[in-house]
Design a protein around this ligand. Structure first.
Ligand SMILES: [Zn+2]
Ligand SMILES: [Zn+2]
Length: 376
């Protein structure tokens, strides 16, 4: 992140001791200036990013305290990764203030607009992905301010219709040219497209009409979900403006793997370790599966590299139609050291076996030939 090392207070232009309301006001002012619809400056988007990052840290008391004490390093050390500041997240913040996504369509002047979408994440285990699970997810969402009912005006007052645009949010500019009269329509400079003006801002929301809350929601994560997939929860994003619909909540699911198990869609893979004697004699053993132990039958004469496929014992598919396979990849170990007595036994075994027992009934050409060569 190019912005990671600039001082957050400097970016917002506030004192280190500034109260939260000042920080909010400073950010709001900058955000309005740097709105891509308003600012022609080539670096507006980058500066908005900076301001949003600074606001996201300084508006959260815990993060702010960490930043004050340990700076940028401290935030990163506390798991506040720069990845938090992706476009999705910035548009969340922007949506909280303007009811619009940052780089989405322009605001519909004066009319209701849809609330911004919110991103959250949930971390579950592979076992939970196997069975499906309900998790509690906390997301910071903008809600209509309860003090002013979302219109931004202090109690006892109400916003008045903008006198410049008469509530339309847009104004027409007429210009004369040699080709005749041109009429251009643009966002009203007085009310910034809202159509009304708040003269006495509500103290709770600073006239914005929305406040941010941490909202906890139970999210049903279906069996078979894969790492990185997103669940869309309709209507649980930021509140819309002027009666517009809420945005959506997108929960990105991280699935923590079980050590030793690799997942490939619905199929699972694991390695099973066998001594040469157990591979020759056959055995049954248990290995960690996605949801407890799985019993694997190893037939006598199992070869190194053989894959024992247990159909239907992998992950469920999201559509619930079929389960994947659990694949046990056989690794056979040969003794690395033999004492004299063991050596004699193995020699006797070798003589007794000869070559025939190594023959693969389904492959009597190449493999047997290779064994023969090795004996010379
Ligand atoms: Zn309010
Ligand atoms: Zn206006």
């Amino acid at each position: 992140m190019a912005t990671a090392e600039r001082d957050y207070y400097e970016i917002l232009g506030v004192d280190r001791g500034a109260p939260e309301a000042d920080i909010k006001r400073a950010f709001r002012k900058l955000a309005r200036e740097l709105h891509p619809d308003v600012s022609q400056a080539p670096d507006a988007e980058e500066r908005f990013r900076e301001a949003a990052e600074a606001y996201e840290v300084l508006s959260d008391p815990e993060r702010r305290a960490t930043y004050d004490r340990y700076g940028h390093e401290g935030l990163r050390g506390g798991g506040f990764a720069p990845a938090d500041f992706d476009l999705g997240n910035l548009s969340d913040i922007f949506g909280a203030f303007f009811g619009e996504s940052l780089f989405g369509q322009a605001a519909h002047p004066g009319g209701p607009s849809r609330g911004g979408d919110v991103a959250a994440s949930a971390e579950i285990t592979l076992a939970e992905a196997f069975t499906g699970v309900t998790v509690s997810v906390t997301a910071r969402v903008a809600q209509a301010c309860e003090t002013c009912d979302g219109n931004g005006a202090a109690p006892g007052t109400s916003p008045r219709i903008c006198d410049v645009c008469a509530g339309a949010g847009r104004v027409q500019q007429v210009s004369q040219s040699v080709f005749g009269q041109f009429v251009r329509s643009g966002t009203c400079p007085r009310c910034e497209g809202i159509g009304s003006i708040v003269e006495t801002p509500c103290e709770t929301c600073d006239g914005i009409g929305r406040t941010l809350h941490d909202r906890a929601l139970d999210i049903d994560i279906p069996a078979g979900i894969d790492d990185g997939q997103r669940i869309r929860v309709r209507n649980e994003g930021h509140a819309g403006a002027l009666g517009g619909p809420n945005g959506d909540l997108f929960v990105q699911v991280r699935v923590t793997p079980i050590p030793g198990i690799e997942r490939d869609g619905a199929d699972l893979h694991t390695a099973v370790e066998l001594t040469m004697t157990r591979a020759a004699l056959g055995t049954s053993l248990t290995v960690p599966g996605p949801d407890g132990e799985i019993e694997v039958e190893v037939p006598a004469g199992t070869q190194p590299g053989h894959i024992i496929v247990l159909r239907g014992q992998g992950m469920p598919s999201l559509e619930g139609r079929r389960r994947g396979a659990f694949n046990a990849h056989v690794r056979v170990h040969i003794p690395r050291r033999l004492d004299d007595a063991q050596r004699t036994l193995v020699e006797q075994l070798g003589e007794s076996l000869g070559e025939e027992p190594y023959r693969d009934d389904e492959d009597d050409g190449g493999f047997f030939g290779r064994i023969k060569n090795a004996f010379r």
